[in-house]
Design a protein around this ligand. Structure first.
Ligand code: ADP
Length: 781
């Protein structure tokens, strides 16, 4: 608020200063003009007064000259020239009677004696100034002002005197007194108005027309400068102040013939009323104008300042926001636009979108959305937001994008559309913001494809079907340490690598709780450095589940094999010890039985050792067959017949007759058959017949060995030919899980195959098939 008041004051002063500065030269010019005009007005008025007073002086002189002429004319008359007293009056009386100017006319002798009867006695005339008479005696016209007092007459007069030359050679004077009323009237007629004082002052300084004429005394009017100058023959105008301080305009002019100074005086206030009035008005008007200008300046300054302040304030509050919004919208790295009005006309559109469409702002601003984007779906969404005011938010929505080339492509956008509202809260437009996430989405899809492909490949490698979906798989596997403890996030190899550690071949268990299986993973991780700074981490996962399983099997095998070997060796030693002891005692009743058992055990041991040897030969690729052509039927029958079975497991041979010529290793084939018979007996602990079927099927010689024993659990059937594999139900019975493995190798190498044909609670059927030789071999009947 304080800042606002300060701004207000400052702006006011600024505007007033501007107005004052602007009007200063105007005021100066106007003052000069007014002064000049006033001066000129005064001068012209003074000049007017001067002309007036000069004409008054002229009139006075004219009056005197005219009456002197009358007197001169009379001096030429006979009665005057002849000084004929008897007739002088007859000459003079009509003049006095008919000319109101003359109060009296008289003829005097040179000695001053009146000759005419019309003259008063010389003594009765109060001659204040008699030099006019002397002048006339001297031959010149004489003029003087005189106060005439006769009877009731008591008047100031002007006396004229002219010389007279009488016929008898003497001199005289014809003189007369003129009434002043006439001349006073004439002079007053010259003076306009009532404000001007007319004064007539004679050469003695006596004022005998004007306000002071009544005074009988002779005022020292010569002291007045206008009188002094006037008597010196100068006419002029002056201004002078009286003792009371009142200033007057005085115009004066001499009337030389009359010997007067005519003075016109009036107060300057009335003389210069017009120019002074105009000047005052002009000054007043100027002052009012300036004051008005300053007042307007004060008001406007306030208005301007308030506007500034408001502007500034609104700019900081609203405009700045709008500006920022506008700029933000314009420079957003996305398709951004603002559409106003029910027909959704573009008010703002981001350069990003313009560039994509190959348009300029001019092509778009003010145009309807529908004219720019023909896609009806886009418009429908915008119109819905405009209608309902509900924002529209879409993630990765697929849409057609029109490019500047005119082509349309698929794009993915994260878009938000919101309604804008005016001050009264009504919806007046929409703003849309659509970030192009096409690259992101396509990139992710590609990664998903890759991941799926990799997952598929991995599953192929691991021999397991991939059942979970991509999203679920990583979180479904819970990494644990080999001892089963869970990992802390920071102990995770990649996180340790990111912290700078090199993790070399650390084993982890990946447990999938959904399938309840564990994978053995060997993880190595290392930091990736750029300029010494860790910018990434690399970790390599190696599935070693099979390796670990194999190691486990091998460990199991060794413990089993050592058991399988130690047990018969111990038994053999025991039997042999017993036999030796009996022989030394000379008792040989059980010796043979003991030796027989020892021999049986030794045979089993030898078979086991042979199996182990065969396995290692197979491992190093040195398992060679001794091939020859022979009749399988013969070999198989004699092997089955010779097999040392017991009474619980009678061996039945079914042979449809006919030879089965094949090429192979006969001795090895007997091993295969003996192994199958041995398993049939071993895994029929309850006893049961063992059937050997010998025959041909199409181009193959086929031997089936059927028992009535335990059978192979269905889930394990696929594995029984793997080495060391033993079914879960076979564990109580001796064996190392090598027989079927070696048998399969042998038969495969002869071009045939061995399979578990069927198995169940009623026993198992193993089938050996070998390709028949095209040429029949004669059977040894
Ligand atoms: P071994 O008999 O020494 O364990 P083999 O390789 O001969 O090893 O057999 C592998 C496994 O196959 C046996 O452990 C047993 O579980 C199963 N098997 C083989 N023959 C039979 C059979 N006739 N009946 C049931 N199970 C059998």
């Amino acid at each position: 608020m304080q800042a606002r008041a300060r701004t207000l004051g400052r702006e006011r002063l600024r505007v007033i200063a501007i107005i004052a500065l602007a009007s200063l030269p105007l005021v100066l010019i106007e003052t000069a003009i007014i002064g000049q005009q006033a001066q000129a007005g005064r001068e012209s008025i003074a000049a007017g007064r001067l002309a007036l007073v000069r004409s008054a002086a002229g009139a006075a002189d004219g009056f005197v000259a005219g009456n002197l002429a009358t007197l001169h004319a009379l001096t030429q008359t006979r009665s005057i020239r002849g000084a004929d007293v008897a007739t002088v009056n007859t000459t003079l009386r009509p003049i006095i009677q008919n000319d109101p100017n003359w109060l009296t006319i008289g003829l005097s002798a040179a000695d001053g004696w009146n000759l005419s009867s019309l003259t008063t006695a010389a003594h009765s005339v109060n001659i204040a100034d008699r030099d006019y008479f002397q002048a006339a005696i001297g031959g010149k016209d004489g003029v003087g002002s005189v106060l005439v007092t006769r009877g009731t007459l008591n008047a100031k007069t002007i006396v004229l005197a002219v010389p007279v030359a009488f016929d008898n050679g003497t001199k005289g004077v014809l003189s007369g007194a003129l009434a002043l009323a006439n001349i006073e009237k004439q002079l007053n007629d010259v003076v306009p108005g009532s404000a001007i004082d007319l004064r007539v002052i004679d050469r003695l300084g006596h004022q005998f027309i004007g306000p002071g004429s009544a005074a009988d005394t002779l005022p020292d009017q010569n002291a007045l400068p206008e009188v002094r100058q006037g008597l010196a023959g100068v006419s002029n105008t002056i201004t002078s102040s009286d003792p009371a301080g009142r200033e007057s305009l005085i115009a004066f002019a001499p009337a030389p013939l009359a010997g007067w100074v005519i003075v016109l005086s009036e107060p300057t206030t009335s003389a210069f009323a017009l120019p002074d009035g105009l000047t005052r008005t002009a000054v007043l008007v100027t002052l009012i104008g300036i004051l008005a200008a300053l007042g307007i300046g004060w008001y406007l300054g306030g208005r301007v300042a308030r506007s500034y302040a408001d502007l500034e304030q609104s700019r900081t509050e609203t405009e700045t926001e709008r500006f920022r919004l506008y700029e933000g919208l314009r420079h957003a790295p996305a398709r951004v636009g603002m559409l106003l009005g029910p027909d959704l006309r573009f008010a703002i559109v981001s350069p990003a979108q313009l560039a994509q469409m190959g348009l300029t702002e001019k092509d778009v601003i003010g145009k309807r959305f529908a004219d720019i984007d023909p896609e009806p779906g886009h418009r429908a969404v915008l119109e819905q937001v405009y209608r309902t005011g509900d924002p529209h938010i879409a993630r990765e929505s697929q849409t057609k994008v029109r490019l500047s080339t005119g082509a349309t492509v698929d794009g993915y956008f994260n878009s938000t559309i919101v309604a804008t509202r005016n001050a009264s809260g009504a919806i007046d437009g929409v703003i849309y913001f659509a970030a192009d996430v096409t690259d992101l989405v396509l990139g992710r899809k590609r990664v998903e494809e890759l991941a799926a492909a990799v997952a598929g490949e991995r599953d192929e490698l691991l021999g397991r079907p991939f059942t979970g979906d991509f999203e679920a798989a990583p979180s479904g596997y819970v990494p644990r340490r080999p001892d089963g403890r869970p990992y802390e996030i920071r102990d995770f190899p990649i996180n340790r690598a990111l912290a700078g550690e090199s993790v070399r071949g650390e084993e982890m268990l990946l447990h999938n709780p959904l399938r309840n299986e564990d994978l053995n993973i060997l993880v190595s991780a290392a930091p990736v450095r750029r300029d010494g700074e860790i910018v990434a981490g690399v970790s390599v996962f190696q599935d070693i589940t099979q390796l670990r399983a194999f190691e486990r099997q091998r460990t199991e095998f060794f413990s089993m094999a050592s058991h399988e070997i130690r047990t018969p060796v111990t038994a053999i030693l025991l039997q042999l010890d017993l036999a030796l002891r009996q022989i030394s005692r000379g008792d040989s009743s059980n010796t043979e039985e003991m030796l027989r058992k020892a021999r049986q055990r030794t045979k089993a041991l030898a078979a086991l050792i042979n199996d182990l040897l065969d396995m290692s030969r197979l491992d190093v690729g040195k398992f060679a067959l001794d091939l020859s052509d022979f009749d399988l039927a013969t070999v198989a029958r004699s092997a089955a017949e010779d097999y040392p079975t017991d009474e619980n497991h009678p061996i039945r041979i079914i042979w449809s007759g006919g030879s089965l010529p094949i090429r192979g290793d006969g001795r090895r084939l007997v091993e295969v058959l003996e192994n199958l018979l041995s398993n049939a007996v071993k895994y029929s602990p309850q006893g049961g017949a063992v059937t050997v079927e010998i025959g041909r099927e199409r181009d193959n010689a086929v031997i089936r060995v059927r028992d009535e024993g335990l059978g192979v659990p269905e889930a394990e059937r696929g594995q029984i030919f793997e080495r060391f594999f033993r079914t879960s139900v076979a564990k109580p019975y001796g064996g190392v899980g090598l027989g079927l493995y070696i048998s399969k190798e042998i038969v495969n190498r002869m071009g045939g195959d061995i399979v578990l044909e069927s198995s169940g609670e009623k026993g198992s059927v193993f089938r050996v098939s070998l390709p028949l030789q095209p040429v029949a071999v004669p059977s040894p009947k």
